[in-house]
Design a protein around this ligand. Structure first.
Ligand SMILES: [Ca+2]
Ligand SMILES: [Ca+2]
Length: 267
């Protein structure tokens, strides 16, 4: 009887939490795919769910493609595993997006299997954490394939915040890698750990306060057959959206018009 009561109490506590604290894999069925499709680039990504919606596989050699969690939040940690199937015959980017505000403002972790030139830029074998800051909020307009392909130097709307690149830093096919992210658990801190089994491949912390909240998601660029499985979240504080400058401007115009109308009425 006592056990049963305790169970009820625990269930009540968990259901009252803003985000579940349990380590159950996230249900990915409410996440949203988005491809930044460029003229002269490749196709749209295709994200296929399986295993009770806790696993998703991106199956197309596509332009930069995201799978977003639709949660504007801060102060969370994410864990999960991801891999590329054997025999894809390709060597491109797989990774994650976080601090996502819109399709031209976000942080990106990406990982290239092999060094390769494309669209006049060279992608180096290895990992990078990048920041994109576009002016209009529409990535298809602000960002370019070049900014996504480059991972060594900052240019345009893309800043390389950290990198781990060498002739042995690429991912291997048919290998499960684990990804750990602490997002803003300390103010402005992005902490990423990538492991192959017990071996740590990269453990790095970046401090950048441009985006201290935003969406989390999976990311690929020009790489088919990437599977993400068993992702869990701990923590997470919802972020109240702040009206965009454009909205303020409209509000001010609206208030101004009201004042003008009032003055006219008085006249
Ligand atoms: Ca390639
Ligand atoms: Ca490719």
């Amino acid at each position: 009887m006592t056990t049963r009561l305790n169970r009820f109490a625990l269930a009540a506590l968990l259901s009252a939490a803003p985000f579940a604290v349990s380590a159950d894999p996230l249900d990915l069925s409410s996440w949203t795919p988005l491809t930044l499709n460029y003229p002269g680039g490749q196709g749209f990504g295709s994200w296929v769910l399986s295993a009770g919606n806790t696993t998703v596989k991106q199956v197309i050699n596509a332009d930069p493609s995201f799978y977003l969690n639709n949660l504007n939040q801060t102060k969370y940690s994410i864990d999960g595993t991801w891999r590329v199937d054997a025999g894809t015959g390709d060597d491109d980017y797989m990774g994650f997006v976080f601090g996502y505000q819109n399709s031209s403002n976000f942080y990106l972790f990406d990982w290239k299997q092999g060094t390769q030139g494309y669209v006049g830029r060279t992608a180096a074998e290895g990992m990078a954490i990048k920041k994109f800051t576009g002016g209009t909020g529409n990535g298809a307009t602000d960002l370019s394939l070049e900014e996504f392909w480059e991972n060594q130097v900052s240019f345009g709307d893309m800043v390389v915040l950290a990198k781990n690149q060498s002739s042995s830093a690429g991912w291997l096919a048919a290998t499960d890698y684990s990804f750990h992210l602490d997002f803003d658990q300390n103010p402005g801190e992005i902490h990423v750990v990538v492991k192959n089994g017990a071996t740590t491949l990269w453990d790095t912390t970046v401090v950048d306060t441009t985006f201290t909240g935003g969406q989390f998601g999976f990311f690929n660029n020009s790489q088919a057959n990437v599977t993400y499985a068993g992702f869990t979240q701990t923590g997470g504080v919802p972020v109240t959206p702040i009206p965009e400058p454009g909205t303020y401007a409209l509000m001010l115009v609206g208030l101004g018009a009201l004042g003008f109308a009032a003055r006219r009425r008085r006249a």
